[in-house]
Design a binder for this molecule. Structure first.
Ligand code: FAD
Length: 290
């Protein structure tokens, strides 16, 4: 089923993002996390696409669909040329994958430039256009930023390219992670005022550790509110930081649900505990259906 349909049903969806394993050492944790979180009633899940491990993304997405009967979306980036991209999309359709998240892809590291393989596929919007323009019947999601992307001069540019993704055929958007809901509310208000109607799903990250926080904020451009940063700085270890991250995420989710978001998308980093605690709290307060 197309994810846009699930998002338009009038009841917020819960979704988990899993990271495709880089090597064998990551497989066991991933398998355990997928099995555990599948039991917490997600409406859909997604699997990231990494350079050189694309096959694993496709394999995992298919397996989740077949084994757990959960709608699973494959991420796809501009890491391939047009022929290879076509081959992957054909494979997805043949295997019954119904949705693709069309992205440019991360640069090799913070501050390093992204080098497109094929000049015709240099940006998220190019990939959206390619999928739609070649007649694939897949539902198409795309990424958007609530804050300035590290490579952009301003938020204005982000908005312009977000619109281009929708005009090119994206039928829903997922935001980059953020820790202050005001950024999300501002983005949605502006999008609606300017006639962009597709669902915009907030992307949420329960902070896993000090190190991961530093890395993801650098890569994504997300800012950490001063009060949250101070609370993190006071923690002696990652367990304390993790607990603060969970508390903060519960508050964010509660406010987002009250505002009527189409869904909550959790960046799990292949860990189940935080997501389970957050959903437990929201379901306990009857803010989400069990
Ligand atoms: P783009 O829209 O191409 O934006 C990248 C930069 O280029 C921005 O500065 C933008 O302003 C600019 N830009 C956009 N369009 C144009 C244009 N037409 N002309 C000129 N400049 C333009 N990365 C992975 O590698 N694998 C994943 O699986 C993955 N999953 C993700 C899932 C979600 C929900 C999100 C939000 C991000 C994910 N990422 C993933 C990270 C993503 O690839 C990076 O955030 C990347 O920097 C931006 O991707 P994009 O598709 O928004 O890129």
């Amino acid at each position: 089923m197309r994810i846009a349909e699930l998002l338009n049903r009038g009841r917020p969806t819960v979704s988990f993002e899993f990271m495709a394993p880089r090597d064998e050492s990551e497989v066991e944790l991933l398998e355990r996390t997928v099995a555990t979180l599948s039991g917490h009633a997600p409406d859909w899940v997604s699997v990231t696409y990494r350079l050189r491990t694309g096959e694993k993304t496709l394999e995992l997405v298919t397996r989740i669909k077949r084994h757990y009967h959960i709608e699973a979306m494959a991420h796809l980036t501009c890491a391939n040329n047009r022929d290879e991209t076509r081959r992957i999309l054909n494979w997805m359709e043949r295997e019954g994958i119904a949705n693709v998240l069309a992205l440019r892809g991360d640069p090799p590291g913070p501050g390093e430039p992204f080098q497109p393989v094929d000049p015709a596929l240099a940006h998220g919007s190019d990939l959206v256009k390619f999928v739609r323009g070649n007649g694939y019947r897949l539902g198409i999601g795309a990424a958007c930023s609530t804050e300035k992307h590290p490579e952009s001069p301003d938020l204005e540019q982000e908005f312009r390219y977000m619109r281009l993704k929708v005009d090119s055929g994206a039928d829903f958007l997922i935001t980059q992670l953020f820790f202050d809901n005001r950024f999300y509310f501002d983005l949605v208000a502006r999008a609606r005022a300017e006639g962009i109607k597709v669902p915009i799903v907030p992307g949420l990250m329960p902070i896993p550790s000090r190190r991961s926080l530093a890395f993801v904020t650098q890569m994504s451009g997300a800012s950490v509110p001063e009060v949250l940063q101070r609370a993190i700085d006071e923690q002696p270890d990652d367990e304390g930081i993790r607990n603060i991250g969970v508390e903060h995420c519960i508050k964010q989710c509660a406010e987002l649900l009250e505002a009527g978001v189409p869904g909550l998308h959790f960046y799990t980093f292949n860990r189940a505990r935080a997501a389970i605690q957050i959903l437990g709290a929201l379901r306990g307060q009857q803010m989400l259906a069990s």
